[in-house]
Design a protein around this ligand. Structure first.
Ligand SMILES: Cc1cc2nc3c(=O)[nH]c(=O)nc-3n(C[C@H](O)[C@H](O)[C@H](O)COP(=O)(O)OP(=O)(O)OC[C@H]3O[C@@H](n4cnc5c(N)ncnc54)[C@H](O)[C@@H]3O)c2cc1C
Length: 383
């Protein structure tokens, strides 16, 4: 019998472990109506070996072998690195501490398609910095990582928890030369949705030349900006954490996430990666003295392998131990997935049938001047 990989879309994260392991190349990842890639088996090519279903991380979870995690507030000692990074530069500190031959992570490729790449040079590594709030396509990177490990190379693999679960499932055994790092993840939107937004913006402003979901230049880290730059020199900048740009608004609303994200089994402790990284929201309670607004990371050390790098990390970055409970209070996705908003069904129906401008007007409208001013005042008061 041809294996059953999923019976409803929430059973597939699109991690692509099954496609990469299939000896018959019988599995393809095809977009659903929201543009999320789902695994499909070609019954003509399938020889019913069952390997895909056996390794699928949604079907057979990796046993929890991790010790008690240790959580830290972290800021890289280089201000430049922190400015280039989404939070406090934890990714770069881990990379420098481990000193791998190759690092895998998400980068913008042609036409702003977000894909996992194998980075070796400083220029390639720089492309991994910055959060891209779009589901990254892992392509054949698990296979590439395995080949490098078998050749004795040191590999750092970074990604969302489901991508690290996919890599672990694909490799099926631990490798001493592999270090993994998952992100705290609130859920992902599809590349197809971002492409629609990009097209909508390009119609208004011209051809896009760069995008930053966490631009720190003007407002720093805590109220970072969403910024698009266009080839004609125009610039579109809106604060991320308020509801000023349609794309960030869709993220904050959380209705357009992948089906599997709402029941994500990997948004939990024990985590999937050796390290877990995120933003240290709630820093005022944990490290109030770190108030330069350049960026603070939360780093969770999940395994003994990761713990070996703590002494070196403490040289590269300032670190202060916090508790997982303190961190999770302000960052719930460390422990659980994002719940589905009750209006998701009608939102998705509108996403499918409406042109973007109409969708924006109905669901993703920027806030009124009054609400913006109130929010700014509240922020100043809090500070
Ligand atoms: C979709 C998504 C949701 C997130 N949700 C939360 C959250 O709810 N709470 C929270 O605290 N943090 C969240 N983060 C993580 C946060 O935005 C930072 O990525 C993290 O704090 C690392 O920061 P850094 O300073 O080490 O940065 P950087 O150097 O900027 O780190 C970049 C790292 O992020 C990886 N990355 C970037 N985009 C993607 C992507 N699309 N898919 C896979 N990997 C990617 C890169 O490969 C690289 O390893 C999320 C990130 C993503 C991509």
């Amino acid at each position: 019998m041809v294996p059953v990989l999923w019976t409803s879309p929430e059973g597939c994260t699109g991690c692509a472990a099954c496609r990469q392991i299939c000896p018959q190349q019988a599995i393809a990842l095809k977009p659903d109506k929201s543009g999320f890639l789902l695994a499909h088996i070609d019954p003509e090519k399938c020889v019913e070996c069952g390997l895909c279903a056996k390794i699928c991380p949604m079907k057979s979870r990796r046993p929890a072998e991790a010790p008690e995690p240790m959580a830290f507030a972290m800021k890289h000692r280089s201000q430049d690195i922190r400015k280039q990074s989404a939070s406090g530069g934890a990714f770069t500190a881990i990379l420098e501490a481990f000193a791998p031959d190759a690092v895998f992570g998400a980068a913008y490729c042609e036409d702003f398609q977000v894909r996992h790449i194998c980075a070796v040079t400083p220029e390639e590594i720089a492309r991994l910095r910055g959060s891209k709030y779009v589901q990254s396509d892992v392509g054949d990177t698990y296979k590439q990582a395995k080949e490098l490990l078998q050749a004795g190379k040191r590999v750092l693999f970074t990604g969302t928890p489901c991508q690290i679960a996919g890599l672990n499932a694909y490799l099926r055994k631990s490798h001493p030369n592999l270090l993994t790092c998952d992100l705290i993840c609130e859920g992902v939107q599809s590349q197809a949705f971002f492409d629609r937004y990009r097209q909508h913006m390009e119609e208004k402003y011209g051809k896009l030349s760069s995008v930053s979901f966490r631009e720190k230049e003007k407002n720093g880290w805590e109220r970072s900006d969403f910024q698009m730059r266009f080839e004609n020199g125009k610039k579109y900048t809106r604060t991320c954490h308020t509801k000023d740009s349609a794309y960030m608004n869709s993220m904050l609303f959380q209705g357009g996430n992948r089906d599997s994200c709402y029941a994500c089994p990997f948004a939990a402790v024990p985590r999937q990666g050796d390290f877990t990284i995120g933003d240290l929201w709630g820093w005022r309670e944990m490290v109030p003295e770190w108030n330069d607004n350049i960026g603070i990371s939360l780093v969770v050390c999940n395994t003994e392998k990761a713990a070996q790098y703590l002494p070196r990390l403490k040289e590269l970055a300032e670190m202060k131990e916090v508790t997982v409970e303190q961190a999770a209070k302000h960052n719930p996705n460390l422990l659980r997935p994002t719940p589905q908003p009750p209006t998701r069904g009608s939102y998705l129906a509108d996403v499918e049938r409406m042109p973007f401008a109409e969708l924006e007007k109905k669901w993703l409208k920027p806030r009124s001047l009054l609400r913006k001013t109130a929010s700014k005042l509240l922020f100043r008061l809090k500070k």
